[in-house]
Design a protein around this ligand. Structure first.
Ligand SMILES: Nc1ncnc2c1ncn2[C@@H]1O[C@H](COP(=O)(O)OP(=O)(O)O)[C@@H](O)[C@H]1O
Ligand SMILES: CC(=O)N[C@@H](CCC(=O)OP(=O)(O)O)C(=O)O
Length: 266
């Protein structure tokens, strides 16, 4: 089976017109598909309105008890259910899920090393049978950034990592394409110039551009997840603008394609 995993983040979700447009394009996306969403911007705003200030380290949210409650309400509640309702309105039979639902994604609380991330989960197991069952029935999983430890504890897990792990686990039995949609045209040479797209990136170019600080902040975990997926058997990984999703699906140049190692280093 060919499966497409499509991820959207806070920069699309937080703008109603962009979200509507994206969901319309998603509804037109052909074949078996899964939507993974974050919503970090909304969680930050909602937290701040309740006096809970965000703390991020390397693109990951430090998640204390109050923050876990907030992200659960925002990701698993408001965003997930609104997205599912909108997809139903577009005649897409979507089902909203956290990692706890049907034991979809089990994770371990990240061990404390130099930093205590709190209730943040690192993914250990994906219930691929459940996804297979849903896709076989033409039901579209809409997966949010909340997982569980199977001992009763919910955990906050970066949505880029969820998309990458779902893709990797499904690629053992299927041909999987992974699309990271965000607010820019792709990985850029100048992040303020949407025309400066790097059409293809491999790990050598990535290392170089990271050293030069051309690639930084949220793009680092995104690319780490993208390369991890490709190296573990995912067929195709793309990073680009949400509105170019269908162009990417048709193989038209529109964003950044992740490439495997091309050269041996002597
Ligand atoms: N070279 C680069 N090209 C594009 N974006 C970059 C680059 N370097 C850093 N970024 C930043 O990474 C961000 C994307 O990461 P993130 O905010 O985590 O995405 P998402 O919207 O999926 O949550 C961009 O909005 C941009 O500010
Ligand atoms: C542990 C961790 O950092 N979790 C993320 C999950 C949401 C997310 O990934 O949202 P975007 O895709 O919108 O960035 C967070 O709470 O910000």
């Amino acid at each position: 089976m060919n499966i497409s995993i499509i991820k959207i983040g806070g920069n699309v979700i937080d703008f109603p017109a962009k979200l509507e447009e994206f969901l319309f394009l998603f509804s037109r996306f052909p074949g078996k598909k899964i939507l993974v969403h974050g919503g970090g911007i909304m969680a930050t705003k909602f937290g701040e309105s309740l006096g809970v200030m965000p703390e991020m380290v390397d693109g990951r949210r430090i998640t204390d008890k109050e923050t876990l409650d907030i992200v659960t309400m925002v990701y698993a509640g408001l965003i997930n259910k609104q997205v599912v309702a909108k997809l139903q309105g577009l005649k897409q039979n979507a089902i909203g899920m956290t990692g706890a639902d049907g034991n979809l994604i089990r994770s371990d609380k990240r061990p404390v090393k130099t930093i205590d991330y709190g209730f943040v989960g690192d993914i250990k197991e994906v219930n691929v049978d459940l996804i297979q069952m849903l896709l076989d029935k033409d039901i579209i999983p809409v997966v949010c950034a909340i997982t569980h430890d199977k001992k009763g504890q919910l955990l906050n897990t970066n949505a880029d990592s969820i998309a990458s792990e779902l893709a990797t686990n499904l690629s053992k039995n299927h041909k999987v394409n992974l699309y990271y949609c965000f607010n820019k045209s792709g990985v850029l040479i100048d992040e303020h110039n949407d025309n400066s797209i790097i059409p293809m990136i491999n790990e050598e170019i990535y290392a170089e551009l990271k050293k030069e600080n051309v690639i930084h902040s949220g793009m680092i975990p995104k690319l780490d997840n993208a390369f991890a997926a490709l190296n573990k058997g995912v067929n195709f990984v793309w990073i680009g603008k949400a509105e170019n999703l269908l162009l990417a699906a048709k193989g038209k140049l529109s964003g950044t394609t992740i490439e495997k190692h091309r050269y041996d280093l002597y």
